[in-house]
Design a binder for this molecule. Structure first.
Ligand code: MN3
Length: 206
């Protein structure tokens, strides 16, 4: 993914979507994507800029803001907004038009090693996304040398747990409600079958 670019004003900016708002149709509508990116993701950026204005964090990188605010109750608002800026940029890149299919090369081999098979990975990922109670995220992460599926609540994310994120899926209702209503499992299955960007995950594995 792109680093968190700063404008000359040093404010955090909303990174461009990696595809057109209608590019994931019919699986995620332009309506959903326009609200999710243009309203939700933008709001996290705006809130973050307002919260760090005139503080030492205003000139820090997004990653540093996340790490320096994690676990500090006095900085919960900063953490939540900064992490949500990062999570959403990572989520857009975790999908692509004509996604789905199977990973290749080193990632495919490591999924087989750590989960048993791609189908076993998908089962674990579906389980994580379905059982994340309330708002949150499902992840494929590298923990040490092992791939794991995890879930996090609200804005929480792997980098503050010593893990490297390879893929994420937003399971906040705003990610799927306009298209799938309450059927979160259908959204998750569609994410894996039609949208997931294995190239991005491979790049993150390094
Ligand atoms: Mn979201």
């Amino acid at each position: 993914m792109q680093p968190a670019l700063k404008e000359e004003s040093m404010a955090f900016i909303l990174p461009a979507l990696p595809y057109a708002p209608n590019a994931l149709e019919p699986y995620i509508s332009a309506n959903t994507l326009s609200f999710h990116y243009g309203k939700h993701h933008q709001a996290y950026v705006t809130n973050l800029n307002n919260l760090v204005k005139d503080t030492s964090l205003a000139s820090a990188s997004l990653e540093d803001v996340i790490k320096q605010s994690a676990g500090d109750p006095a900085k919960a608002g900063i953490f939540n907004n900064a992490a949500q800026v990062w999570n959403h940029t990572f989520y857009w890149n975790s999908m692509k038009p004509n996604g789905g299919g199977a990973p290749k090369g080193k990632l495919a081999a490591q999924i087989d090693k750590d989960f048993g098979s791609l189908d076993k990975f998908k089962e674990a990922f579906k389980q994580a996304g379905t059982t994340q109670f309330g708002s949150g995220w499902a992840w494929l992460v590298l923990d040490g040398n092992t791939l794991k599926v995890t879930k996090t609540g609200n804005a929480d994310l792997p980098m503050v747990h010593g893990q490297k994120a390879l893929l994420t899926m937003d399971v906040w209702e705003h990610a799927y409600y306009l298209d799938y209503q309450n059927k979160r499992p259908d959204y998750i299955a569609t994410f894996l079958d039609k949208l997931v960007n294995w190239d991005f995950a491979e790049k993150n594995l390094g």
